[in-house]
Ligand binder design. Structure first.
Ligand code: GMT
Length: 392
């Protein structure tokens, strides 16, 4: 049994979703898990055995225009690590979590051995981490992590290319899905509400940041709708939501587009979807695409980043070039217009999602933890040997 502290962005987003699902699964497997973050992780139900939540309070003080969350987080990581005798601090998304973990470890000093594992998720490497003001601290925090994982081969390559991290330091452990939760048949169908006229449901789930290209979602939908009666359902929220509604109004589609806002239970919504659209500019993995696939929803997405590692082109859906709304719409029409074709894609999507089953992936994290903890024993042994202490 290991004692693991997990830090993530708790309110929404794929990295927080995966971190929380991972923690819950580790607890099921007998480990003790301590979530350390500023809010209750959104996918965490209220009580689970061996799962604890430590809220990081962000102190407001007149002098602080911006409260120093990374420091409050480091202090809480240190406190929990010491009190609960944690073996590992597993942080999701490098900035600022890996930095806070390093501070906490420095604070513990020689009194306690703790290992920092950082899982790289996406823009912590491809965008934010490459911004001049963050580049140095991202590189430093990655270098100081005891173990590094990336959610796709693409992200691993990108980390090696940009930050010069030695290849052997990064282990790819893909994101995962609880395939049983995403069974379409588990949920009542809300189609009579979402598409009262029996139209096809085209769905997009995201945090509406600019990398998601939500205008393209509407443009793809507009072209699909010329050929197939359909409605577009947006799930989630974020800065570019007005762009999406503006594009829908511009294309005179407002009556065919629904904005449901943020939802924790996306499985229930995917159960009503006929097509999932993800035309992102950059996507290190595309967890929402995997969750759609697990629900048997064919995916039309862009051929970028790690998406081709998740969605096999022509099998679970189709991949197009960024901005090529014509091609992505044509692919959507091909799938939606032919019921046999849809069934074939739906079954293939579900089968492909099986490869990312939670039961297959989480043991890889456990093995990785053990390996990092063992490295320490070996390193300590080597240190002792070099001091002439061991040998007996
Ligand atoms: O990196 C981000 O932009 C945020 C992060 C999130 O919390 O949603 O998304 C990334 O991590 C997800 C989980 O591993 C991946 O599924 C997303 O593809 C990835 N986003 C990008 O690469 C843009």
């Amino acid at each position: 049994m290991m004692k693991i502290g997990i830090t993530c962005y708790p309110t929404y987003g794929g990295s927080g979703a995966i971190a929380t699902e991972l923690g819950m699964e580790l607890a099921k497997r007998g480990h003790e898990v301590h979530f350390i973050t500023y809010a209750h992780p959104f996918r965490l139900p209220h009580f689970l055995e061996r799962v604890y939540f430590h809220e990081v309070e962000v102190v407001h003080y007149p002098l602080f225009d911006h409260s120093p969350y990374p420091l409050a987080l480091a202090a809480m990581m240190h406190e929990v690590a010491q009190r609960e005798q944690l073996d590992i601090l597993h942080v999701h998304y490098a900035i600022p979590h890996a930095t806070s973990a390093w501070i906490a470890k420095e604070m513990l000093g020689a009194t306690q051995q703790i290992k920092i594992i950082t899982t790289l998720h996406g823009t912590d490497i491809t965008l934010v981490g490459q911004e001049k003001s963050f580049e140095g601290i991202t590189r430093f925090s990655i270098a100081r992590s005891d173990g590094l994982t990336a959610v796709s081969e693409f992200l691993k390559r990108e980390t090696i290319r940009y930050f010069g991290v030695p290849e052997e330091r990064i282990q790819v452990i893909p994101n995962f899905v609880d395939v049983d939760t995403y069974q379409r048949s588990n949920y009542p169908c809300h189609k009579s509400f979402l598409a009262a006229g029996g139209e096809k449901v085209v769905m997009h789930v995201s945090n509406f940041r600019s990398v998601k290209r939500v205008r393209d979602v509407v443009r793809i939908f507009a072209r699909i709708r010329k050929e197939v009666p359909a409605r577009l359902v947006f799930v989630g929220d974020g800065p570019e939501r007005p762009e999406a509604s503006d594009e829908a109004a511009r294309l005179d589609l407002s009556d065919s587009v629904v904005f449901l806002g943020k939802h924790n239970s996306v499985a229930e919504l995917f159960a009503c979807a006929d097509l999932f659209v993800l035309p992102s500019e950059s996507e290190s993995f595309g967890l929402s695409a995997l969750e759609a696939m697990a629900s048997g929803v064919p995916v039309v997405a862009t051929r970028v980043g790690g998406l081709p590692e998740v969605v096999e082109d022509g099998v679970a859906g189709y991949l197009g070039s960024v901005g090529d709304v014509e091609a992505m719409a044509a692919a959507g029409v091909r799938i939606l217009n032919d019921p046999e074709e849809w069934l074939r894609f739906s079954a293939a999507a579900r089968q492909a999602a099986e490869l990312f089953r939670v039961e297959r992936v989480v043991p890889r994290y456990e093995r990785f933890y053990e390996q990092i903890l063992m490295n320490d024993d070996e390193a300590a042994g080597n240190r002792r040997r070099s001091l002439g202490e061991a040998a007996t």
